[in-house]
Design a protein around this ligand. Structure first.
Ligand code: GDD
Ligand code: MG
Length: 355
C-alpha cells in the first residue's frame, strides 16, 4: 500500500524548537519523530510513502533519502503551503496505484498504536470513499469533532468547534480511495477538514469512522511533545525505530550521566549531552550536547542542542532553545520558552527552602 505523509506545517506551537528543525524531524526518543511513524507504517503493510512537504522541505530528503525503515520514499513540495487537502491532492501526483486502491494519509505529528490493518479492512468492506481513524479525547474542541451514525458512517465533520457534539475526534489517519483524492481541486489551497470531508459527506459519499481508542497523541504542543518522547522511552507505545530498549532512560552515544545524578521517567540524554552529580532529570528531552550542572532539576522539559542549565537551577515544563543558557539558581516553570542563544545571568537572590 502507498501512503502520503503530511509534513508541511510550520509547527508554530513548538517554537523555538521548530525554528531550526521542522516538527516531524525533532529528535524524539533518540531519532527524528517521523522515524517512529515510518516504522509503524511499514509494519502495517505500507511499502511506499510520498512526503507532502513545504516548510523547510529540503531537510526531509536530507534526513531520510529514498529508502528508510523498510519503505521507499518520494518527496513532493509545495512552493506555498496548500493546506491539508491541497497538499494531499498535490502529493497524489507521485502515487503509482490504481484509482480503486486504498491510500493511507497520515498527519505527520501523530503517535498512534491503532490497528491500521483493521482500519483498511473496514474501508474495503464498506466500499468507502474515505475511512477516518477516530479516537476519544477529553477536550474535543481542539480537534476535528466527528459524530457517526450507529452503522459507523460519519454524519458530520466539525473542525475545532467550540461546541463539540461528541468527544469522538479525527485522529489524523485516513484511508482514501485513490479516486476520491482526485475530487479535491488542484493547485488550490484546500483544507481536508473544513472543505473536503464536509463536501464528501453532503454529496452522499460513503465516509466511514473507524473508532479505536488505542494509545494516541498529537505531539504538536510542547507538553505533548515531551510526553510523546517520554512514552516512547518508557515503552508505553512500542517503536522499532527506537535506538535502545524501553526503560527509565535512553542514553545516546557519547552522553555522560554522572553516577551521582538521578535521570529517569523516560528521559532521553542526547549524543554528547552531560548530566553532573547531584542533578535530577525526570521525563525530559536533553538534545545533543545539552548540559545540566550539579544540583539542577529538570522536569518535563526540553533542553535544546548545546543548551546549558546552571548549578541548582530548576526547569519544570520549560523549552530551552538551542544554545540557550540558564544561569545558576534560576527557577523557570510552566510553559516558559527561551529562544536560541538567550542567556539568563545567575540569580543574585538565593531562597532558603524552609523560608
Ligand atoms: N504539506 C502540507 N501543507 N502539510 C500541512 C499543511 C500544508 O499546507 N498544513 C498542515 N500540514 C500538516 C502538518 O505538518 C501536520 O502534520 C498535519 O498537516 C496536521 O496539521 P496540524 O497543524 O498538526 O493540525 P492540527 O493538529 O491542529 O489538527 C489536525 O490534526 C488533528 C489530530 O491531531 C486536524 O486534522 C484535526 O481534525 C485533527 O483532529
Ligand atoms: Mg497536529
Amino acid at each position: 500500500m502507498e501512503a502520503i505523509l503530511l509534513v508541511g506545517g510550520q509547527g508554530t506551537r513548538l517554537r523555538p524548537l521548530t525554528i531550526s528543525t521542522p516538527k516531524p524531524l525533532l529528535p524524539t526518543a533518540g531519532v527524528a519523530f517521523l522515524a517512529h511513524q515510518l516504522a509503524r507504517a511499514q509494519a502495517a503493510g505500507v511499502d511506499r510513502i510520498v512526503f507532502a512537504t513545504s516548510y523547510r522541505a529540503e531537510m526531509f530528503e536530507a534526513a531520510f533519502g529514498t529508502h528508510a525503515h523498510g519503505v521507499d520514499l518520494a518527496y513532493v513540495s509545495e512552493a506555498e503551503p496548500l493546506g491539508t487537502g491541497g497538499a494531499i491532492r498535490n502529493a497524489a501526483r507521485a502515487l503509482t496505484c490504481d484509482p480503486d486502491e486504498p491510500v493511507l494519509i497520515l498527519n505527520g505529528d501523530i503517535l498512534s498504536g491503532h490497528d491500521v490493518t483493521a482500519q483498511v479492512a473496514l474501508h474495503e468492506k464498506s466500499s468507502a470513499a474515505v475511512t477516518l481513524h477516530l479516537t476519544r479525547v477529553e477536550d474535543p474542541s481542539r480537534f476535528g469533532c466527528v459524530p457517526t451514525d450507529p452503522d459507523g458512517r460519519v454524519a458530520a465533520f466539525l473542525e475545532k468547534t467550540p461546541h463539540p457534539v461528541t468527544d469522538q475526534i479525527n485522529a489524523g489517519c485516513y484511508v482514501f480511495r485513490r479516486s476520491a483524492i482526485d475530487t479535491i481541486p488542484e493547485h488550490e489551497v484546500v483544507s481536508v477538514e473544513r472543505e473536503t470531508f464536509p463536501s464528501l459527506i453532503s454529496s452522499g459519499a460513503v465516509v466511514m469512522g473507524y473508532v479505536e481508542t488505542a494509545y494516541w497523541l498529537d505531539v504538536g504542543t510542547p507538553q505533548a511533545f515531551v510526553q510523546g518522547s517520554r512514552d516512547l522511552v518508557l515503552g508505553k507505545i512500542a517503536s522499532s525505530a527506537m535506538p535502545g530498549e524501553p526503560g527509565e532512560r535512553l542514553t545516546l552515544h557519547g552522553a555522560i550521566v554522572s553516577p551521582g545524578a538521578v535521570v529517569r521517567g523516560g528521559t532521553t540524554v542526547g549524543r554528547g549531552a552531560e548530566v553532573e552529580p547531584g542533578a535530577t532529570v525526570i521525563g525530559s528531552v536533553l538534545q545533543d550536547g545539552a548540559f545540566v550542572a550539579e544540583g539542577a532539576t529538570v522536569r518535563d522539559s526540553v533542553v535544546g542542542r548545546g543548551a546549558r542549565v546552571g548549578a541548582g537551577a530548576v526547569l519544570d515544563g520549560v523549552i530551552l532553545g538551542d544554545g540557550a543558557m540558564v544561569g545558576p539558581g534560576n527557577e523557570l516553570r510552566d510553559g516558559l520558552r527561551l529562544w536560541p542563544g538567550i542567556a539568563l545571568p545567575p540569580t543574585a537572590v538565593r531562597f532558603s527552602t524552609d523560608a
